[in-house]
Design a protein around this ligand. Structure first.
Ligand code: ZN
Ligand code: ZN
Length: 339
């Protein structure tokens, strides 16, 4: 099969790799849509990688001995390879599993766990079924476009009486805007990239310049003088949690999604902030709520998913990601016709 690899510093290309083979509960999914995440940063940093991508939606083509899925099922592929047995996995929080399976070593295979490829091997319980009325392009938003911000919105009980402030409007931030709007909240956002400002505005956010000296007054004017009820940090800028705290009402909620080093926050007690660290989402508990969100947000997803490339054009796709002139970019390992 064809799969992408960073074969030299700064060089991503599509190469031939062995197709994975189903084994017990490990099933093979034909990847129709492979959303791109931060892999382009690895290329930019000069790292090499034979295994790119953790997001996918596709069709089960070999169900092994699975009792959960059958050949032909359309599914979203969840990231990572939780053990399926520990306290996190059994609660649906497999992203935190400390005992991940090495499914290649288990089955004696050399390749098949990456999603910038035509097929991927996955434990059947890490596949989310996609109903017939949702296409796989929209379904693929259940990966990182909507996943981490779903957890942020859910844990903060974001609702119609809230004004939420989103820092950073990369794909994860755009997803946060979609969740805010789909729950009826008013959405403010901080971003400077003109293209992303345009996308978020089209999604219903009011975007403010984080470097505007009047920012504090602008946010207070939008919130009756109190500050925002909730905020979501997706920018990865270490100083931003403190900025968001300063723009929040007392007893507000904050969700931090961006990976990063340490973050800075002002003293928390006088602010009464509730802070949530949000990585991915729980498909076992919230699968139907995620599907409902996707079903009611297809227009917004068409705005946020800005570019589609055949897998063979992965280098061009990463060039585009490097410019920031895009929302979510997806690869199509079997082309447009498979959609
Ligand atoms: Zn991702
Ligand atoms: Zn586990």
């Amino acid at each position: 099969m064809r799969a992408a690899a960073i074969t030299a510093p700064g060089v991503v290309e599509v190469v031939d790799r062995p197709e994975p083979v189903a084994h017990d509960d490990l099933v093979v999914v034909k990847i129709v849509v492979a959303p791109m995440c931060t892999e382009h940063k690895d290329r930019r940093a000069g790292n090499l990688s034979d295994s790119l991508g953790h997001e996918a939606a596709g069709v089960v083509v070999d169900a092994g001995r699975s009792h959960r899925v059958s050949v032909g099922d359309r599914v979203v592929v969840m990231p990572q390879f939780g053990c399926g047995r520990c306290r996190y996995c059994t609660a649906g929080e497999h992203i935190y599993c400390p005992f991940p399976r090495d499914v290649l070593a288990e089955t004696g295979q050399s390749y098949g766990t990456a999603t910038f490829a035509q097929y991927v091997l996955k434990p059947d319980w890490l596949l989310l079924p996609v109903p017939d009325d949702i296409d796989l392009l929209h379904a693929s938003a259940a990966c990182c476009l909507l996943g981490p911000s779903f957890t942020a919105a859910t844990r903060m009980h974001l609702g119609a009486t809230d004004t939420v402030l989103v820092a950073g409007l990369g794909p994860v931030g755009l997803g946060a805007v979609i969740h805010g709007r789909s729950r009826g909240a008013r959405v403010l956002a901080l971003e400077t990239h003109p293209h992303r400002v345009e996308l978020a505005t089209a999604l219903g956010a009011r975007v403010l310049d984080p470097f505007d000296p009047e920012l504090g007054e602008l946010v207070r004017a939008e919130t009756g003088g109190w500050g925002v009820d909730a905020s979501i940090e997706t920018s990865g800028v270490a100083a931003n949690p403190a900025v968001l705290a300063g723009l929040s009402a007392r007893r507000a909620r904050m969700a931090i999604i961006a990976w990063g080093s340490d973050i800075s926050l002002p003293p928390l007690v006088p602010l009464g902030l509730d802070i949530h660290g949000c990585w991915h989402w729980n498909h076992q508990v919230h699968g139907s709520a995620m599907i409902s969100t996707i079903r009611s947000s297809t227009d917004a997803l068409d705005t946020a998913i800005t570019d589609r490339f055949d897998l063979e054009r992965v280098s061009e796709a990463m060039d585009l990601q490097d410019t920031g002139r895009c929302g979510k970019v997806v690869l199509l390992p079997f082309g447009e016709e498979a959609l």
